[in-house]
Design a protein. Structure first.
Length: 265
């Protein structure tokens, strides 16, 4: 019972914080909508996408990039949630949370799930706006996409959690975000199919192929069309577990004490 109460408290706190930060929702949606309305409009006719899974016909460019733009919402929210953790740690509220009698891994994973739920809500608001702009997917695809979005949000949130466990100052974390977010986004299948990238640069193709964000995007893409991509699913799940494990180790108080002893020497 105490675990459920703690989990509920963490989730409700994050939801209230998000509700009172309406600019956060607006900023999360402005970026992908600009790509969808402005960038995609310019390439709509020029970049028709060939028939590749999960599509069974030729599609326009704006239809192709919609799953990738949903992924960028998850990516930025995962980083922003972890940025708030660094802020909370500096202000002291995070210390209070982590010094509770409950296991630290449970508290961190609860925080991670709370951030993933917020990412999920933002993604569905984006899907609604994309639908109003004339970009449609199968109706059941919106339901199938929920688990894919949740797993992707957990993976990207775990990445942010991992970074926040090693970066102690707010200013440093904000700078590192740019070196993580943009390479992951541009070196992925979010904006263009990997086979097109392979035609121009073999090295960039292989980097994008091993980019975990690519697999998160493909998982969402296939789910929206009621399909399952096993490779993307397993890679995303395994990467989530890996990032979570390293992040929990990074927040281990014993590790922090060892670092202080080294600095003291």
């Amino acid at each position: 019972m105490k675990y459920w109460m703690a989990f509920k408290g963490i989730v409700v706190r994050e939801m209230w914080r998000f509700w009172h930060q309406k600019a956060r929702l607006v900023s999360a949606l402005v970026r992908p909508l600009l790509w969808l309305i402005v960038f995609a409009a310019g390439f709509r006719a020029a970049l028709g996408i060939a028939i590749i899974p999960p599509y069974d016909t030729y599609i326009t460019y704006d239809v192709y990039i919609m799953p990738g733009l949903a992924g960028i919402i998850l990516l930025f929210n995962g980083m922003q949630s972890s940025l708030s953790m660094v802020y909370d740690r500096e202000m002291g509220s995070m210390k209070v949370l982590l010094t509770s009698p409950l296991p630290r891994p449970f508290l961190l994973i609860s925080k991670l799930i709370a951030g993933a739920i917020i990412s999920l809500l933002q993604a569905y608001v984006f899907f609604l706006l994309a639908y109003l702009l004339g970009i449609e997917v199968p109706l059941m695809g919106y339901i199938y996409a929920a688990p894919a979005l949740l797993v992707g949000a957990l993976m990207l949130g775990a990445l942010g959690l991992l970074l926040s466990s090693f970066i102690k100052q707010l200013e440093n974390f904000a700078g590192v975000m740019n070196f993580v977010v943009f390479p992951m986004f541009f070196l992925s299948s979010a904006l263009y199919p990997l086979w097109k990238l392979k035609e121009s640069n073999e090295w960039l193709y292989w980097i994008s192929q091993y980019n975990p964000f690519t697999h998160a995007v493909e998982l969402i893409r296939f789910a929206l069309y009621e399909s399952w991509n096993p490779t993307a699913g397993w890679v995303t799940f395994a990467t989530t577990v890996l990032f979570c494990g390293i992040a929990i180790w990074g927040y281990d108080p014993k590790r922090g004490m060892q670092q202080k002893k080294k600095l003291g020497k």
